[in-house]
Design a protein around this ligand. Sequence first.
Ligand SMILES: Nc1ncnc2c1ncn2[C@@H]1O[C@H](COP(=O)(O)OP(=O)(O)O)[C@@H](O)[C@H]1O
Ligand SMILES: Cc1ncsc1CCOP(=O)(O)O
Ligand SMILES: [Mg+2]
Length: 263
Amino acid sequence: MELQLLNTLRDHNPIVFNIANFVTVQDVANGLNALGASPIMSAEVQEAETMVQIAGAVCINLGTLTTTQIDQMRVVGKLANQYHKPVVLDPVAVGAVPYRKEVALGLLSDFQVDVIRGNAGEIAALAGMDWQAKGIDAGSGQGDLVEIAQACAQQFQCCVILSGPTDVITDGQRVVKVANGTPLFQRHVGSGDLLSSIVAAFTAVSSTDVYQAAQVACLVLAGAGELVASQLTADRPATFAIDLIDRLSLVTVSEIQTIAKVD
Ligand SMILES: Nc1ncnc2c1ncn2[C@@H]1O[C@H](COP(=O)(O)OP(=O)(O)O)[C@@H](O)[C@H]1O
Ligand SMILES: Cc1ncsc1CCOP(=O)(O)O
Ligand SMILES: [Mg+2]
């Protein structure tokens, strides 16, 4: 895996344009900033073209969608395709809310995305497979996570990250698994949103190889979280979230390499 992309990202400080949700927007902005990217959030369609032009990549998050925002997402996605800017889609809760699934499928037919990043419940829903998603969380289901991720990637002709205790990254054929992380990620709302935006940041510096960018993003975030958890003596979700921001800023390629569990 090309972990040197972390240094490339810090050297280039790419602008990442996020259509964020209102729950986790500041965590995402601060996480991107700490890592070495330059976040910008926008909810206004009138400035969509400028946003896409100045950005290195776009992350579209369905977390708190509105009809107005869906229109903005469609415009932004099409502009990103036109300007050849990578697009990451985070299909928050599409496994639990049929309306969201309908919206996500509509967007996926209106423009091409480069990466879909979701938990098992979300990726299974988009792939048309049975799963008991629970709100924003993965929920419970039975099935081969690799097969589910590959089916989703093949259906939408893109890279898919099915995140969880082990992140499964696939382009539809090839598969890489990242087993780093900590259960503390699940105790902090917004971990998945941050991952999706970090994926966008890495695609901004590796637009010709989004599969590689997706792998590095998963390993850097999961590795940073694992390093934070190894220093905590108790179950402290709030401390974890704060320390994660610091660690994203400080973590080095060699620290990540030392703990990497990549298959
Ligand atoms: N039980 C776990 N153990 C280790 N890492 C986890 C665990 N659950 C989630 N993660 C990590 O948390 C991040 C967010 O993933 P996930 O929880 O699947 O997203 P979401 O918040 O959208 O449901 C990923 O980096 C993933 O590797
Ligand atoms: C709680 C909540 N409600 C709508 S979006 C959102 C945040 C989802 O964050 P994540 O999927 O990263 O845990
Ligand atoms: Mg999520």
